[in-house]
Design a protein around this ligand. Structure first.
Ligand SMILES: Cc1cc2nc3c(=O)[nH]c(=O)nc-3n(C[C@H](O)[C@H](O)[C@H](O)COP(=O)(O)OP(=O)(O)OC[C@H]3O[C@@H](n4cnc5c(N)ncnc54)[C@H](O)[C@@H]3O)c2cc1C
Length: 448
């Protein structure tokens, strides 16, 4: 079934826009994609490090949320699906030492205080303070609350800053004291709503999700692709008609036909300024964090220890520029080589632009220098890639869900032929972004 009507226009050729276009094309609709830059994929990209292509953005997606795996299956990428193989999920930096992230945690929330004490990730006073969570009166999450405000009350400052911040704050490149509990971690918010004690709430959650959660055990927590997450983008592009895909084709003002705006929120605000000014003003309020990453390949013989984990997290409270180091060659079997290790160091958080202000050489030296507080590195890397992601990650501040509801309601009033998709709204991860593309396509199809 092919419609004679004018093509459906998708503005933005990242994961959300291409997923919406894919669904619409499969439904027999004529759809064209306009992407401002010279490549598709947006925040998903691979580029060379030495003689290999390595993910420059997302390298994994949550396995328990079905949309990522389901899209890979639809696109014929099942053979490429893989999962991290590291024996230890991650280490945390504390006082110049590496401490294993306790097994019994979820997004940094400990569920076994003895195991937490044994891990050495926090002081004994912090463990004792966390124990108060079991007896303290309930903390209200009414009307949304920041991750920081909630966990400081339940578990104390130290655990909030040393466990919650590197996990939830790190994933979102956020300041946890202005990160919405409800929007950034709906599962923790639901557990907080159901239970007086968050430790008990997360124990129940872990039990219901299965023992694998956050522990690297039997069922995989994450999936990746042996060809990198950019394989999803390549496959989506391959499934769409070439003559309907337009690169370097920015700032088309939406016409009167059905349109999916799948750009980041600031670009959406600009695109909608005339046609939907109230929506545009709400979109402009969504702020973004920028990040910079340095990926290096080093001789194995020059690195001690060669990590047995997916990576290292560096709590913001330590004041370092590095926020995380993903140990690609241990995390992913397909990057393992006997003679070299492959590491990706990340920097940049909302409110911390120090990394962005350094030139490539200084940034590389600074991040390697900080990594050397916990890993001996006796030689120079033989391959280096610096990647800067400006305005990379939308910041879900308290009240974000209400703002998003207002955006969608206002847009339906101002310009019902336009719908929105993308990471700015109901989840920044790959599965949620895919779902936003599916949702946008469904709205367009429902409108005829
Ligand atoms: C460094 C980094 C690491 C990440 N790691 C992970 C991870 O491991 N796991 C995970 O699940 N998620 C991860 N994410 C999040 C996830 O990758 C993104 O949230 C998601 O890919 C965003 O997709 P999108 O389509 O919403 O937006 P984008 O990827 O930003 O795509 C929007 C597109 O719109 C285009 N555009 C802008 N303006 C216009 C215009 N006027 N006209 C036309 N086109 C325009 C842009 O060029 C871009 O291509 C990571 C993100 C970053 C930045």
């Amino acid at each position: 079934m092919t419609s004679d009507a004018e093509p459906i226009v998708v503005l933005g050729g990242g994961l959300a826009g291409l997923t919406a276009a894919f669904d619409l094309h499969r439904a027999g609709r004529d759809v064209e994609v306009h992407e401002a830059s010279d490549r598709f994929g947006g925040k998903i990209a691979s580029s060379p490090v030495g003689d290999r292509l390595v993910d420059a953005g997302a390298d994994a997606f949550l396995a328990r949320v079905p949309q990522g795996k389901a899209l890979c299956e639809q696109l014929g990428l099942t053979d490429q699906l893989t999962s991290p193989v590291a024996p230890v999920p991650a280490y945390l930096h504390r006082a110049g030492k590496l401490r294993p992230l306790p097994e019994a945690t979820m997004l940094g929330v400990p569920t076994d205080l003895d195991a937490l004490a044994a891990s050495g990730t926090v002081s004994t006073e912090a463990v004792a303070r966390a124990g108060l969570d079991l007896t303290l009166p309930a903390t209200s999450t009414e009307g949304d609350i920041s991750v920081g405000a909630y966990f400081r009350q339940r578990l104390g400052d130290e655990i909030t800053e040393r466990l919650l911040d590197p996990m939830i704050g790190g994933i979102n490149a956020s300041d946890i004291d202005r990160l919405s509990l409800q929007s950034a971690s709906p599962q923790l918010a639901a557990a907080a709503g159901r239970h007086r004690s968050i430790i008990e709430g997360v124990r129940e959650l872990r039990a219901s999700l299965g023992a694998a959660l956050g522990s690297g055990n039997s069922a995989p927590v994450f999936h990746g692709l042996t060809g990198g997450t950019a394989s999803i983008i390549d496959a989506l592009v391959d499934h769409l008609p070439t003559d309907r895909l337009h690169l370097t084709s920015p700032s088309l003002l939406p016409g009167t036909g059905p349109t999916v705006v799948a750009t980041p929120a600031p670009a959406a605000a600009e695109l909608l300024a005339t046609v939907a000014p109230r929506t545009s003003a709400l979109l402009a309020q969504i702020e973004y964090a920028s990040v910079a990453q340095v990926t290096v390949e080093l001789p194995t013989s020059a690195v001690d220890p060669v990590l047995d984990a997916s990576g290292i997290l560096f709590p913001r409270v330590d004041g370092m520029i590095i926020t995380a180091c993903t140990w690609f060659s241990t995390k992913w079997q397909h990057y393992a080589r006997p003679d070299s290790v492959l590491l990706r160091m990340t920097s940049g958080r909302f409110g911390d632009r120090r990394a962005l202000e350094l030139d490539d050489e200084t940034l590389t030296a600074t991040l390697l220098g900080e990594l050397q507080t916990v890993i001996d590195i006796a030689d120079q890397p033989f391959a280096v890639r610096v990647h800067r992601w400006f305005d990379a990650l939308p910041q879900y501040v308290p009240g974000h869900a209400q703002r998003v509801a207002d955006i969608f309601t206002t847009l339906a009033e101002e310009a019902p032929h336009i719908t929105l998709a993308g990471a700015a709204y109901r989840g920044i991860g790959i599965p949620a972004t895919i779902q936003s593309g599916h949702d946008a396509a469904e709205v367009v199809l429902a409108n005829g």
